[in-house]
Ligand binder design. Structure first.
Ligand SMILES: Nc1nc2c(ncn2[C@@H]2O[C@H](COP(=O)(O)OP(=O)(O)OP(=O)(O)O)[C@@H](O)[C@H]2O)c(=O)[nH]1
Ligand SMILES: [Mg+2]
Ligand SMILES: [Zn+2]
Length: 298
């Protein structure tokens, strides 16, 4: 598994032992194939892991899940943030920087479209109460956990155990702080919040860290924009088995938002699903909002 990426060098863990590591380059025949943290790869060459040795990545296995984003909603060039993660911790500070529902909704859309289970992880509870923010997501069946500096670790450990989990969020929300609490050996650099929105990021590369007792957590650099140009409304609905069959009855090109845009959307003909459909339409609205700059001007 690829656990780190740095200027054309990939850190890989061999087999199941997190301590057996090699640094690898990409074999020429792979061209510019993206290789990201979480990828399962075949490596050849010097696998001793001794300093200054370099292995070669010759194959990237099919990805079970893919978290993708684009720079903005019109950008045709999509980047893979991580692959094969089972869970996406959407890390949001309750203050400093202030939370944005739009970011959570967009991250949820990307998670569902990529096959990851989204979990909302709230930090900085010591600075602000959360009553209103968390309630916005009540109808989405979103698991919510507190991951701030003073919050108990046990619920977090429970969720992370035996899973590959990616932490995603704006710069300064406390991703690395949380990683350092669950993996003390990680010693991830932690920053101040002064640079938020000004392009200053404390973490600049994604890194996967092994959890004691099984599982991995991936710390990622803070993101400012989350473009979703690559995702269609159907991709989102496909993640909800109770709704995905129904949309086969929708007219062509239906965006599933309901009237007035889609007066014949089949989601309006599902008895007892009104609240759920309304909640999922909030996600679709975020997808259509054409506003990837969810942090604003900071
Ligand atoms: N008050 C308070 N501060 C916190 C909490 N969690 C993290 N911080 C502080 O927030 C600042 C930023 O934390 P980081 O962990 O570096 O944030 P990050 O999300 O990794 O940021 P990037 O690496 O830039 O993406 C640090 O000064 C932390 O001490 C919390 O629960 N409460
Ligand atoms: Mg960080
Ligand atoms: Zn529809």
């Amino acid at each position: 598994m690829v656990v780190s990426v740095d200027r054309g060098r990939w850190g890989c863990v061999l087999g199941d032992d997190p301590d057996r590591r090699v640094v690898a380059m990409r074999a020429r025949e792979l061209g510019r194939t993206p290789i990201v943290v979480g990828d399962q790869v075949d490596v050849v060459g010097d696998l001793s892991g001794r300093p200054d040795t370099l292995a070669r990545i010759v194959r990237v296995a099919d990805r079970r899940t893919v978290l993708r984003r684009t720079a903005d909603d019109t950008d045709p060039f999509e980047r893979i943030v991580v692959s094969n993660a089972e869970q996406l911790f959407i890390v949001v500070a309750l203050a400093d920087p202030p939370p944005r529902t739009g970011f959570v909704e967009r991250a949820m859309v990307a998670a569902y479209a990529g096959g990851l289970q989204p979990i909302l992880c709230l930090t900085k509870h010591d600075l602000a109460a959360d009553s209103e923010f968390a309630s916005e997501f009540a109808d989405l069946d979103l698991t919510i956990v507190y991951g701030g500096r003073d919050d108990p670790l046990e619920p977090i450990r429970e969720l992370l155990r035996d899973s590959l989990t990616c932490l995603l969020g704006h710069s300064g929300v406390g991703k690395s702080t949380l990683v350092n609490r669950v993996v003390p050996e990680a010693e991830r650099a932690v920053g101040t919040v002064s640079g938020v929105g000004k392009g200053r990021h404390t973490s600049t590369q994604s890194v996967a860290l092994p959890l004691e007792g099984g599982g991995w957590v991936i710390d990622t650099p803070g993101i400012r924009s989350f473009g979703l140009a690559h995702i269609s409304p159907d991709d989102v609905i496909a993640a909800f088995p109770d709704l995905s069959e129904a949309i086969e009855d929708c007219p062509r090109g239906c965006t599933h938002l309901g009237p007035p845009a889609d007066p014949e959307c089949a989601l309006d003909a599902l008895p007892g699903k009104e609240r759920r459909v309304a909640a999922i339409r909030l996600l679709l609205t975020a997808l259509n909002s054409n506003d990837p700059w969810v942090l604003g001007n900071g």
